[in-house]
Write a protein that binds this ligand. Structure first.
Ligand code: CDT
Length: 307
């Protein structure tokens, strides 16, 4: 049985604060159709694909904050995307803000992505683990990154799922910069890592690194792919959104670490690539044969608690 899959990386241009949810979902449906017209079986959308990246500003009104989150999935607002995907027989990966209400009334918020199979079943659920930024407003910064204020650290681990004929994992944005993210998934046999991102070109705490933003984006994903013998699909929300310039660079990376497809714009754009899941084997069975060559007894510092 062939283990090749046509994957579409569906980059989004900016979503402005004035844009309705309806208009945004229509854009996603359009990208999904474009992917399907190129025979893609899986369409990957960015982090927080239903809203602007709201951690970039302070929101004090709880009702306004809640408006950026989904209490159920699918819900009426995103139903057109789920319906069109099922009608076309295309699966997708979607990032969004997730709000849960516990039976005792406690509200929890996560930066989430889900994986939906070609028959419409939601088969994977991930909550972002590495939350960058701050809990409190940073005076003098040109924009905020309040992910630590608005989200809890994900509590589902780095999952992998048998889906799309292979073993698929998800992570979100800042997770891609951490080697442990890929390695934990690789230890569970991952062959295809799907991730979305909202990455500002300028990080206020790191002046002078703007020229490296695209390089660091590719560097961490290419290293993650190669060192773990896995495909990686990285999908941006790009362009100037609510006054913040975000990088594009949506791409598909082979287990060799090579870029095999890349976006050319900072706007809505579909990038497709044929993914041969068996191309992971030459790496997983030789250089990065974990059973034969890993030396975890020398890695214990990595898992010591943060001091
Ligand atoms: N969304 C997200 O995680 N963005 C971060 C910005 C870094 S701010 C220090 C990223 O790693 O791309």
């Amino acid at each position: 049985m062939s283990r090749t899959l046509l994957v579409a990386a569906a980059q989004l241009g900016p979503i402005q604060r004035s844009e309705s949810r309806r208009a945004t979902v229509d854009r996603l449906v359009e990208l999904l159709r474009e992917g399907a017209s190129r025979r893609a079986e899986l369409v990957v959308f960015p982090e927080a694909a239903l809203t602007p990246f709201f951690p970039h500003w302070l929101i004090e009104d709880p009702a306004e904050l809640d408006s950026y989150f989904e209490e159920s999935m699918p819900n009426a607002g995103v139903r057109p995307l789920f319906d069109e995907a099922a009608a076309l027989g295309v699966g997708f990966c979607l990032g969004y803000g997730e709000l849960t209400r516990q039976p005792d009334g406690v509200v929890r918020r996560f930066n989430t992505s889900i994986l939906v199979e070609r028959d419409g079943r939601t088969v994977g659920h991930y909550r972002k683990i590495h939350l960058p930024g701050h809990t409190e407003v940073q005076p003098g910064h040109p924009y905020q990154n309040l992910e630590k204020r608005y989200f809890e650290v994900g509590d589902l681990g780095f999952g992998v799922w048998d889906a799309f004929g292979g073993r698929v994992g998800m992570c979100i944005c800042n997770d891609r910069r951490w080697p442990e993210t890929y390695r934990v998934m690789a230890l569970k046999g991952v062959e295809l890592v799907l991730l979305g991102y909202n990455t500002p070109a300028l990080i206020p705490e790191m002046p002078g690194t703007e020229r490296l933003a695209d390089f660091h984006n590719r560097l961490c994903m290419q290293a993650g792919a190669y060192q773990n013998g896995t495909w990686v699909v990285g999908v941006a929300k790009a362009g100037v959104e609510a006054g913040v310039a975000q990088i594009g660079g949506t791409c598909v990376i082979a287990p060799s670490g090579e870029l095999v497809a890349q976006a050319a714009t900072d706007d809505d754009e579909v990038v497709t690539a044929r993914v041969d899941l068996d191309a992971c084997r030459v790496y997983k069975e030789t250089l990065f044969n974990f059973a034969a060559h890993r030396r975890p007894e020398h890695y214990t510092l990595i898992t010591d608690p943060v001091s």
